[in-house]
Design a binder for this molecule. Structure first.
Ligand code: GAL
Length: 304
């Protein structure tokens, strides 16, 4: 799979799982992401395609992906629904809750003009769905655009979302069932305007790779670190290495997953004029002996 290009599933169809996440449940990897497999809507202020839903793919080797259908489907019947095709549904992320036995999906829920700025939540008994929409809301009454969720070692989960019109990153603790925020939150990285957060933990340190705010256009990734999820995050540097590292290899962070003890960064390579043809990359993350991060460019993703 050539990094930076559109990828294909085992049936030869283009993989539609943008702004996604890869997570292992049982012995299978699941890839959830935005199904953008329609034409760009003409004359929209921000380039967009109608919402189709959240796709689900499964794989054993992270290279051969089988399409499992839409885990969460658009709601064509109700123009007021946050799942209506005319709305925005981005960056879906899924967690499994041990206590309730439910799979919980969080995503950025918005109007086409991006002024609604909410987080959406859906749940399912099965990782392949169907996920049932629960609510969309402003977590802790804070606006919420780009986001991710992160499950800590102790099973407590957190929503990381760009807030205060993207001026800060907010870290909001989730309720025990992961379907809401519990009221405790902090605003970190003040005035840094970071989005597209992706997280992992290694050797006593949490790391967050994020992008700047330039819509679908690439910019320089930066990583931040902190020994506590709700502590004072510190921006360090651009971890990428190689040609076009200053513009994240024409990509933007989507998620970081762990496979067999190593960490991998997923990138989206947006094609604003034809979003459905946006490509993907998966790149290994190196944690250096001095605890700095490096993400070198690699032409191909060969799996594990
Ligand atoms: C980006 C964001 C994407 C999408 C896009 C719309 O900054 O990361 O998820 O919202 O803006 O312009």
């Amino acid at each position: 799979m050539k990094n930076g290009q559109i990828w294909y599933d085992v049936d030869g169809n283009d993989i539609q799982a943008h702004g996604g996440c890869i997570i292992k449940f049982g012995n299978l990897y699941y890839w959830y992401g935005e199904h953008k497999g329609g034409p760009n809507v003409p004359n929209s202020k921000v380039e967009r395609v109608d919402v189709i839903g959240v796709s689900c793919y499964t794989s054993q080797d992270l290279v051969n992906w089988k399409y499992e259908g839409l885990a969460l489907e658009a709601d064509k019947s109700d123009p007021e629904s946050p799942l209506h095709p005319s709305k925005v549904l981005e960056r879906p992320k899924v967690l499994y809750n041990e206590k309730t036995g439910k799979y919980v999906m969080w995503f950025h829920s918005d109007r086409a003009d991006y002024q609604f700025a909410r987080a959406g939540v859906a749940i399912s008994d099965n990782p392949k769905g169907p996920f049932v929409f629960l609510r969309d809301f402003t977590p802790n009454k804070q606006d919420s655009r780009d986001m991710t969720v992160y499950k800590d070692k102790d099973g407590v989960a957190y929503l990381f979302h760009s807030a205060n019109r993207n001026k800060t990153m907010n870290v909001a603790r989730l309720t025990e069932d992961y379907t809401n925020v519990d009221g405790l939150f902090v605003s970190v990285l003040p005035d840094q305007e970071r989005e597209a957060p992706a997280l992992f933990f290694y050797d006593g340190m949490y790391y967050m790779i994020s992008s700047g705010c330039t819509s679908w256009n690439p910019n320089a990734a930066l990583y931040a670190e902190c020994p506590h999820l709700m502590g004072k995050w510190k921006l360090i540097d651009n971890p990428l290495e190689g040609k076009d590292a200053r513009i994240t290899f024409y990509g933007q962070s989507a998620y970081i997953f762990e496979a067999e003890g190593a960490f991998y960064l997923m990138l989206d390579h947006w094609k604003p004029d034809s979003l459905r043809y946006s490509g993907y990359s998966i790149l290994p993350i190196k944690v250096n002996p001095d605890k700095t991060l490096t993400v070198p460019w690699q032409e191909e993703w060969l799996g594990i």
